[in-house]
Design a protein around this ligand. Structure first.
Ligand code: DGT
Ligand code: CA
Ligand code: CA
Length: 350
């Protein structure tokens, strides 16, 4: 098995840098404001410049402001990050056989049958990094390993903008050197229990039986740790259905002229329909403005949307965007959501 783990670097804050390049080099802090008082809330993430000042995810905004008086504090724009995450996931999915989206900014990709060895895997990973950088201007870190967990561990150790590999030749030594705090899914409490028992390295797990370990940290966690320590962990990459699919096109010029934009939108729509196996109940028109900001408007239906209805709806939504925004559009696309995967429906509508 050869697995890629992809994690977008300082994700929310990096998106803000991409949309506003003048932020680069400055400490950037993305915040979730609770709204109780002006500064109440917590830091969602920060870029590496802010991290140098000690500003970390989860920290109260007030504390972050003490550490970085001149840092740039921005409110979290979750929908925007989700939109960009979807696009990055679509790029990643092209490089492997199955994609498991693990969170808004990380995914596992099974490339076992796409490459014949780990050095080819590395070349593929470099291409993937390049494509994400070129298309979305985002830097990611990739870990490559013989299973999902090892790929994630080496990925986490290679951040930011990194590429780390655990080859089959390295794997025993790599496992032997791991500290239990390097193991994903081992929280502070489990870590404390293990250390009290004298288990500091993952390799120390091998000194205990399943029964002994289970009494300490529970049976399923014990099975997990034992399989990792013995290099028998083989959980497959489990593709989760992408609940939406999109297609975006760059206009030949930045414009607000609907007669120029519609043919692109129409093509994006028909290509998006070509990608799905089923019929959507939700449609969004997404406009990437001249300054790379993203505006989207959508509509959902109680029934599956035929391509004709989708086209009329898309035009309406595009008009709404142009009515509520004064900027020129640079890229335009559609996203189809809540896709019904019934083959009978498909036969009916196509
Ligand atoms: P990295 O991967 O170390 O370069 O930095 P991030 O920011 O990508 O961190 P990661 O991968 O742990 O988390 C991905 C995103 O999830 C991150 O950009 C913001 C969000 N996130 C992480 N921790 C928190 C948190 O404590 N609260 C909230 N609201 N969001 C969080
Ligand atoms: Ca990340
Ligand atoms: Ca992550």
């Amino acid at each position: 098995m050869i697995v890629l783990f992809v994690d977008i670097d300082y994700f929310f804050a990096q998106v803000e840098e991409v949309l506003n390049p003048s932020l680069r080099g400055k400490p950037v802090v993305v915040c979730v404001y609770s709204g109780r008082t002006e500064d109440s809330g917590a830091v969602a993430t920060s870029n590496y410049v802010a991290r140098k000042l000690g500003i970390k995810a989860g920290m109260p905004i007030v504390k972050a402001k003490e550490l970085g008086k001149d840092a740039v504090f921005l409110p979290m724009r979750k929908e925007l990050y989700q939109e960009i995450s979807n696009r990055v996931m679509e790029i990643i999915s092209k490089y492997g056989e199955s994609l498991e989206v693990a969170s808004i900014d990380e995914a596992y990709l099974d490339i076992t049958n796409k490459v014949s060895n780990f050095s080819e895997a590395e070349i593929l990973a470099r291409k993937l990094k390049e494509e994400i950088l070129e298309k979305e201007k985002l830097r990611v870190t990739i870990g490559i390993g013989p299973n999902k967990v090892l790929a994630k561990i080496i990925g986490d150790k290679s951040k930011p903008n990194g590429l780390g590999v655990v080859t089959p030749e390295d794997v025993s030594r790599f496992i032997d050197e791991l500290d239990i705090s390097d193991v994903p899914g081992i929280g502070k409490i489990t870590e404390g229990v293990l250390r009290k028992t004298g288990i500091n390295k993952l390799a120390d797990i091998r000194k205990f039986s399943l029964e002994e370990l289970s009494k300490l940290v529970g049976r399923s966690r014990s099975i997990y740790l034992i399989s990792l320590a013995n290099n028998t962990y083989r959980e497959p990459v489990k593709p989760r259905e992408l609940t939406h699919k999109g297609r975006y096109l760059t206009l030949t010029e930045n414009t607000r002229d609907i007669r120029i934009i519609m043919p692109f939108l129409k093509r994006a729509l028909s290509e998006a329909y070509g990608k799905i196996q089923g019929i959507p109940m939700e449609i969004y028109v997404v406009a990437i403005m001249e300054d790379l900001d993203i505006v989207s408007k959508g509509r959902s239906f109680k029934f599956g949307i035929t391509q004709d209805l989708a086209l009329r709806t898309a035009e309406d939504l595009l008009r709404k965007i142009l009515d509520t925004d004064t900027r020129k559009i640079r890229r335009v696309g559609v996203r189809l959501g809540k896709i019904l995967r019934s083959s009978t429906l498909e036969d009916f509508f196509h």
